[in-house]
Design a protein around this ligand. Structure first.
Ligand SMILES: [Zn+2]
Length: 385
């Protein structure tokens, strides 16, 4: 039996309406508990074994297990239940709507379409009593938009032999590697003094301007001109800046927060030494320049390994459901696939088409979400046959 467009739209509508903003990004975000509870209730009614697995108090991973009819490997389907914030479209974000083939709403494709597609796929497999050699473990994890403590907890506490991460992509793309990233604070130190005593003050903001200019030039010169063939241009942008105390005082400190990427084969240490080299150059012109680097988050790139069986299962599914072979690609974003693969679990990433991620008017392509349900079912059957 197949899943209808109406079922997909109805379930996705319900998931979007349950606010699950990750409190790591937005401190008054509701977190994942309510949406996890909804999914658990729905999946339990569909005949799955469910567990709300608290990662931190009140923030559970939602786990649903479909037991195979015979022993075999455990295939994990991983999607995330949290979203980013929605301040720029507060009136519409949680009231999803359909326009043609698109459904709009907060997290509709990142990543609630993935949760919905996996839920419907598992329900169908139970309902149709499909025999499987091995278990399917659906993990709708918390905090992917934060620091991924959900998938970290998952790989530490559960035995998994292979994983399919579902995130926005496009069918029939299968992602087998992607960039890593770091969140880094750069602090530039000046010297506070009265605004009318320039001989005493050191202007931290002026010095920071030199750092930003040099980073921007590095981005333009190196990363823009040398994109990775699979994973595109190395990520770099500034995110936050805080500094100074008042109009009348030389600023003694300014902190810049940046996001910066790494390609397979690189680590964040590569990026840190590039920033240190910038400091050396600035100091030649401004001898009293003083700065330090504080790495807040360091995530390695994803480089898939041991994927033969997974890729074969997905490729057959793609030929069967979409009439075309899988399209192997990279990605310039970071996902929890990196954590699963780093734990030694062969992992691929697939997902439906969407747009305006992390922005107002985020949308999901409804036909691709429906196809994702069928692709998942077929891939699971091929892998656990
Ligand atoms: Zn996502």
């Amino acid at each position: 039996m197949t899943t209808s467009r109406e079922e997909v739209v109805s379930l996705l509508d319900q998931l979007v309406r349950i606010e699950s903003v990750t409190p790591w990004l937005i401190p008054d975000g509701s977190g994942e508990r309510n949406v996890a509870q909804f999914m658990a209730t729905w999946l339990e009614a569909a005949g799955l074994e469910v567990l709300l697995d608290d990662v931190t108090p009140g923030r559970p991973n939602m786990l649903a297990r479909l037991r195979g009819s015979q022993p075999g490997p455990t295939l994990c389907i991983n999607a995330h239940s949290d979203t980013v914030g929605y301040a720029n479209w507060a009136d519409r974000a949680l009231n999803p709507w359909v326009d043609g083939d698109r459904m709009y709403g907060l997290g509709v494709v990142d990543d609630k379409a993935s949760c919905a597609a996996a839920m419907l796929a598992l329900r169908d497999l139970v309902r149709d009593k499909v025999p499987l050699k091995g278990d399917v473990l659906l993990a709708c994890v918390i905090d992917e938009e934060g620091t991924s403590i959900g998938t970290e907890h998952l790989v530490k506490n559960h035995s998994i032999d292979a994983a399919i991460v579902i995130e926005p992509a496009a069918l029939p793309i299968v992602v087998t590697e992607h960039q890593g990233f770091g969140w880094i604070d750069i602090t530039v130190f000046g010297k506070a003094s009265h605004g009318s005593t320039p001989d005493e003050g050191i202007d931290a903001i002026v010095h920071m301007a030199e750092v930003i200019r040099a980073l921007h030039q590095l981005d333009e010169r190196e990363w823009k001109n040398n994109p990775d063939p699979l994973n595109g241009r190395t990520v770099f942008h500034t995110g936050t800046i805080h500094g100074g105390t008042d109009y009348a005082t030389y600023p003694s400190q300014v902190v810049l927060g940046i996001e910066i990427g790494t390609q397979p084969g690189e680590t964040l240490a590569n990026r840190v030494s590039e920033i240190e080299a910038i400091f050396v150059e600035i100091r030649k012109e401004f001898p009293d320049f003083k700065a330090e680097i504080d790495v807040k988050v360091d995530r390695d790139p994803f480089v898939g390994a041991g994927l033969d069986d997974l890729l074969a299962a997905f490729d057959s599914a793609s030929r069967e459901v979409l009439g075309k072979p899988a399209d192997q690609q990279g990605l310039n974003a970071w996902t929890d696939a990196a954590l699963l693969q780093s734990a030694g679990i062969p992992t691929i990433l697939i997902g439906p088409l969407g747009g305006n991620l992390h922005s107002p008017y985020e949308w999901a392509d409804i036909p691709e979400v429906v196809q994702t349900v069928d692709l998942l079912k077929s891939t699971i059957v091929n892998f656990l046959r």
